[in-house]
Design a protein around this ligand. Structure first.
Ligand code: GLU
Length: 423
């Protein structure tokens, strides 16, 4: 059975990212020397992280931090813990961060980190030692004005707190602004935890209104029940009246045409470790999730989930990419031909890094904003960015994927051109 942990596409994510760069720079006629620079990340850091396990044995984990481009501001991007992390994956993700921060006009560049590990197999103590040692090994490469990490797949506010504490301990003073996505008690921002899911929900609402689908009662299927999938499901159902008919995690895919209550499902998952066996919904094969009769699909797990074959089976009118890189190039083409409105990752899931930026600002100014302030700034910026991307999409008569890439790549290229090349 297919699970969310496996990819269906054969395409290497870095090759997908390069192909997207090529398409976007051809459309917007970016100078070839700039494209040449943007093809390769500025810095790829690989570290071998030794960790004393609870049984006294030593294990060495491979960790990465890839810094793609910082022409528009400090590097920014999450750190993921996953057994399938590869350097090419982290390179692709770092490039997507560069475009993402540019698309939504944050003064950041793009980076990403990863450790090859299945965190579910580690105890809390082991995870803390792994995180602290990894932080120590990349310490000179990160910093509030250099590179600001954040959560990604399988990392959370606690992991960010360990990064902050390790960095601060070695510097000798508290530096909350070195990392975002922290717990509230140590400088985290109100609204950061649900920010990506909230941004995804805003995109669902905007996309539905663009093509005249009534949001209330609209059917949505969501792949992935981590931070992004759960929060999107909860906000869509509780605040927008959407009918969440399918959800899935790495072990189980659930379907109920009458609707699933994501909050009850989360309670069940926390008690039982997974969604498997959740009453009130039918368990279906993971590979059937994308072909369900729904209005909206939200891939919110990992990359490489929708290839040409999967795309052909999709009947939804809207896809909003909560995950980074869930759709491959071949699938994009099929979806375009079918007239599916796809809101691409670099716009759809930008709510996370947007509120990361708000957190960083609050930390630098030693301020605290309330939830309403954060959410209304997020709402305003997401809607504005959605409109900006739609405008470019119309101007070039293309897909929102290419519209967003043209906008993002264009802004980065402008910055590089203006800065010039040193020496
Ligand atoms: N990992 C998230 C992303 O892919 C958040 C990054 C951040 O907040 O810096 O956008």
């Amino acid at each position: 059975m297919l699970t969310n942990e496996s990819k269906v596409t054969e395409e290497n994510p870095y090759q997908v990212a390069l192909a997207q760069l090529k398409l976007a720079s051809e459309i917007s006629k970016v100078d070839p020397w700039i494209v040449e620079m943007l093809k390769t990340p500025k810095k790829v850091i690989e570290v071998a992280v030794p960790v004393k396990m609870d049984d006294e044995n030593l294990r060495v984990f491979t960790g990465y931090r890839v810094q793609h481009n910082d022409a528009r501001g400090p590097y920014k991007g999450g750190i993921r813990y996953h057994p399938n992390v590869t350097v090419d994956e982290v390179k692709a993700l770092s490039m997507w961060m560069t475009w993402k921060t540019a698309v939504v006009d944050l003064p950041y560049g793009g980076a990403k980190g990863g450790i090859v590990v299945n965190p579910k197999e580690l105890t809390k103590g082991e995870l803390e030692r792994l995180t602290r040692r990894y932080t120590t090994m990349i310490l000179d490469e990160i910093g509030p004005y250099r590179d600001v990490p954040a959560p990604d797949v399988n990392t959370n506010p606690q992991v960010m707190a360990w990064i902050m504490d390790t960095y601060s301990t070695i510097k000798g003073y508290s530096v909350p602004e070195v990392v975002t996505g922290k717990p509230l008690s140590v400088g985290g921002s109100a609204g950061r935890n649900e920010a990506t899911g909230r941004g995804v929900s805003i995109c669902v609402r905007e996309a539905a209104s663009a093509i005249g689908i009534k949001l209330s009662g609209a059917k949505v299927a969501i792949q992935g029940f981590g931070n992004v999938g759960y929060n999107a499901a909860s906000i869509l159902r509780n605040e927008m009246g959407v009918n969440v008919v399918a959800i899935s995690d790495s072990e189980s895919t659930l379907y109920s045409p009458e609707g699933i209550n994501p909050d009850k499902a989360l309670e069940y998952k926390e008690k039982n470790g997974s969604l498997r066996g959740y009453p009130g919904a039918k368990q279906i094969d993971a590979s059937d999730l994308f072909s369900l009769p729904v209005d909206v699909l939200i891939p919110a797990a990992i990359e490489g989930q929708i290839n040409k074959r999967v795309a052909e089976s999709i009947s939804a009118k809207i896809i909003v990419e909560g995950a980074n890189g869930p759709t491959d190039i071949g699938a994009d083409e099929v979806l375009r031909e079918k007239g599916v409105l796809l809101v691409p990752d670099i716009l759809a899931n930008a709510g996370g890094v947007m509120v990361s930026y708000f957190e960083w600002l609050q930390n630098l100014h030693r301020e605290k904003w309330d939830l309403n302030t954060v959410n209304s700034k997020l709402e305003e910026k997401m809607v504005y960015s959605f409109k900006e991307v739609s405008k470019v999409t119309q101007n070039y008569d293309t897909t929102m994927r290419l519209g967003a890439l043209v906008l993002g790549v264009g802004k980065v290229a402008d910055a590089i051109k203006t800065l010039g090349l040193f020496p």
